[in-house]
Design a protein. Structure first.
Length: 260
């Protein structure tokens, strides 16, 4: 963590050399690193930054002065810029795969991720490259343009190092994938999400007895508090629910019955 703080210190030093007139350029760098760490921690934990105003008395115990959330928000673009640089340096000499997917609820939110294995084979690295929200659902061509813009213009990646494109069987994702293969990613393979493929395969299995039992059972435990409490009392664990918008989550309910 100390090494990370040192990197932030030099990042801020270089930044304010290039932007000497920006507010905070004359603030003690130790204080700036502390404020950076606070904002970064809130972002990583998913806590709204506005909550920092209620916790200022607690942070004051550290001996480092902390400003209010409206001023701390200025760190967010800097944190993002540094994260982008870290990802660029991490993947600059790596062969990697990309995966993307989106949801069409209330417009669209599309995520783009990369997966790679470093030279020492010590781990499988996963990195979020982008999360993009749009007002309207994108078609295959629009999605292709968006991904190409992120990879080439924003991240400046060498597209010859993309060796795989993972996606589900949604038609829009298929169009975008094929366009990437035809125009930019000559060395990449197209492969479908395994779990999604198995899910659709399972939909073709005719398990009438199982479905005859599960349909009323899931209705019962989903809408009746008494049934859920009885199950928890007998089995020592709560009955897992599921979401209609998450295709994989229904499995957890019958799995709980089978294991129990």
């Amino acid at each position: 963590r100390e090494e990370e703080k040192g990197g932030v210190h030099w990042f801020l030093t270089d930044y304010f050399k290039e932007n000497p007139d920006e507010a905070g350029s004359d603030t003690n760098k130790k204080t700036m690193v502390f404020r950076w760490t606070v904002v970064e921690s809130f972002l990583e934990s998913g806590i709204p930054l506005a909550k920092v105003d209620e916790l200022r008395p607690l942070f004051a115990l550290t001996g480092q002065p902390l400003t209010d959330s409206s001023h701390l928000a200025s760190f967010i673009p800097k944190i993002l810029a540094r994260e982008v640089k870290l990802v660029q340096s991490e993947l600059a000499e790596q062969y990697f795969t990309i995966s993307f997917d989106g949801t069409t609820r209330l417009g669209e939110a599309v995520n783009l991720c990369a997966r790679f294995i470093p030279a020492d084979f010590s781990h499988i690295g996963n990195r979020l490259l982008a999360l993009v929200t749009t007002a309207k659902h994108m078609d295959g061509k629009s999605l292709h343009r968006q991904i190409a813009t992120i990879l080439m213009r924003q991240l400046n990646f060498d597209m010859s190092r993309v060796v795989g494109i993972a996606r589900d069987s949604c038609a829009t994702n298929g169009v975008a994938c094929r366009m990437l293969l035809d125009t930019l990613c000559d060395n990449a393979l197209d492969f479908l999400c395994t779990s999604h493929t198995l899910q659709h395969t399972g939909e073709h299995l005719q398990l009438s007895t199982v479905e005859e039992f599960l349909t009323p059972w899931l209705t019962l435990v989903s809408h009746t508090q008494t049934a859920r409490l009885m199950w928890q009392t007998m089995m020592g664990q709560s009955m897992k629910g599921y979401s209609n918008t998450r295709w994989w989550s229904r499995w957890h309910s019958p799995a709980t019955v089978a294991i129990g």
